[in-house]
Ligand binder design. Structure first.
Ligand code: AMP
Ligand code: ZN
Length: 116
């Protein structure tokens, strides 16, 4: 998917609505439209990286940072100690539907492993 047609790029640019919970120079975090848990937030880099499969060494810091932001949001929402799930879906078999890399942060209920 090209950057021009990317729903997450549109959200980041303020051209499409979202319920933003956090933003900085590197990423934006907003509520998932179809939550799979009491809290379901997407942590999305401002840079359009299609998927983890397309990430390069230059994205090393960004990839780590997205996870630290997710951890901070979990603490702020007071479900860090109880536990939570972070997920990156990649390509078809991984269940990726939006081709702009993102970390799902799911909290507020127990999760089983392995996921479906
Ligand atoms: P994935 O399937 O891992 O690519 O995740 C994409 C996620 O984006 C899904 O959980 C969708 O519910 C969510 N999503 C799609 N469009 C929007 C939107 N406009 N605002 C918020 N979340 C969205
Ligand atoms: Zn994008």
């Amino acid at each position: 998917m090209s950057q021009e047609n990317c729903i997450f790029c549109k959200i980041i640019a303020g051209e499409s609505k979202s319920e933003t919970v956090y933003e900085d120079d590197v990423c934006v975090a907003f509520k998932d439209l179809h939550p799979q848990a009491p809290t379901h937030i997407l942590v999305v880099p401002r840079e359009h990286i299609e998927s983890l499969d397309k990430a390069k060494n230059k994205h090393l810091e960004t990839l780590g940072y997205l996870h630290l932001v997710a951890a901070e949001i979990a603490r702020e929402n007071e479900f860090a100690e109880a536990g939570y799930r972070t997920v990156i879906n990649t390509n078809g078999n991984g269940g990726q539907t939006v081709f702009h890399l993102h970390v799902h942060l799911l909290g507020g209920r127990p999760f089983v492993f392995p996921p479906g």
